[in-house]
Design a protein. Structure first.
Length: 374
């Protein structure tokens, strides 16, 4: 599979930044880039967590200088937090982004490989959640404004080590990779060997194959979601998605994606309620997430910003249809105060029923002062 990685690197015609930790994976990429005669920069982060990290940084800098590769580095100090791994990852991405902007580089290369892909998919499987998350680590993706490419994602750790040994290329070994103090270490040292012993064979390739199939499914689904979103009707306080020709499953996955982009993590019960709202089209069913409300109606789904939704609206004439009001809000043309008779609660309810006004808009749809004049 290293031949596939090499072919992908050869096809990269953009300016490149290699995230170089000094471990086998990133050192393999460094060597492949030299083989392919790619022009690239190197970025190294010294996390300051190990005594030898300073020496490793100096050795990597000397290697880059030997091959006339621009070298950029930073040392992180005093980084703490509940989730140290995630905090350090964010710091790395911030540094990579800074270098890429300053040096006008286009693509970031990272050294994730097949073994890490298998660990990621298995971890997400046991954690539960959306099945699309089982696609694992994408070969190419955009993250926090960075265009990221992982050429080694289909290459095994053993292939990479064998390649480096044959090339006589040095690499560093992080002792934390061989401890059971963290979940990744326990999976690598205890769980995966146990599973492979039970199955009598390596399971990594099969697990990664499932991830690739789900990535294909995800790509197909994304195209369908974009078609639905192109049919959305933007209103004064949110977006309306009509239930038309698309399968309810597409709407459901679109909701998951929208909420995920807003940083909202759904529980299993919440996913069930969304499923019910989309499949059964229960008029008036609503769910609230951090100021965002989902309203399910027979005709479609509303995603509403509560701050705008609760603001006062102008009074308009009864002949104005609710969809016009949704599109224009206060700017909709119509009569002002003093025109006609104000409807009581029963009359207003009948008006909305005949006009098929969505239940979620009956709370804010202006009282039609002229409707009784007909």
């Amino acid at each position: 599979m290293l031949q596939n990685a090499k072919k992908q690197i050869q096809q990269l015609k953009k300016s490149l930044l290699l995230g170089l930790s000094g471990g086998p994976d990133s050192m393999c990429l460094f060597s492949l880039l030299l083989e392919c005669n790619n022009s690239f920069h190197v970025a190294h982060i010294d996390h300051g967590l190990r005594p030898e990290s300073g020496e490793e940084k100096a050795k990597l800098e000397a290697l880059a200088k030997k091959h006339h590769i621009p070298f950029h580095s930073i040392q992180l100090k005093g980084i703490q937090g509940h989730n140290l791994e995630e905090t350090l990852r964010d710091k790395r991405l911030e540094f990579f982004q800074k270098v890429m902007i300053e040096q006008k580089l286009e693509v970031l290369l990272l050294g994730h490989q097949q073994d890490e892909q298998a660990e990621t998919i298995i971890k997400r499987f046991f954690e539960g959640g959306l099945f699309l998350h089982l696609e694992g680590i994408k070969k190419e993706r955009e993250l926090k404004g960075l265009c990221i490419c992982r050429p080694l994602i289909q290459s095994s750790k053993n292939e990479i080590i064998d390649y480096l040994n044959k090339k006589g290329f040095f690499y560093f070994t992080d002792p934390s990779n061989f401890t059971t103090a963290n979940l990744r270490g326990r999976m690598r040292i205890e769980l995966l060997p146990l599973l492979e012993k039970a199955f009598g064979k390596s399971i990594r390739t099969g697990v990664c194959d499932i991830g690739e199939q789900i990535q294909e499914c995800s790509h197909f689904l994304e195209e369908k979601i974009q078609e639905v979103r192109r049919g959305a009707i933007v209103g004064f306080c949110g977006i309306f998605y009509p239930f038309e020709k698309w399968d309810p499953y597409v709407y459901k996955m679109m909701i998951y994606k929208i909420l995920s982009q807003l940083g909202i993590v759904l529980s299993r019960d919440q996913r069930k309620r969304i499923h019910q709202g989309v499949i059964e089209k229960l008029a008036g069913k609503e769910m609230i997430f951090n100021g965002i409300t989902l309203f399910f109606e027979e005709i479609g789904m509303f995603i509403i910003d509560q701050k705008t939704y609760k603001s006062p609206c102008a009074t308009i004439e009864g002949r104005v249809f609710w969809l016009d009001f949704w599109k224009n809000g206060k700017r909709v043309e119509g009569g002002g105060e003093g025109l006609g008779k104000k409807l009581d609660k029963k009359e207003l309810s009948e008006f909305h029923r005949k006009r098929k006004t969505p239940i979620c808009l009956r709370r804010v749809y202006p009282i039609p002062l002229t409707s009784m004049r007909k």
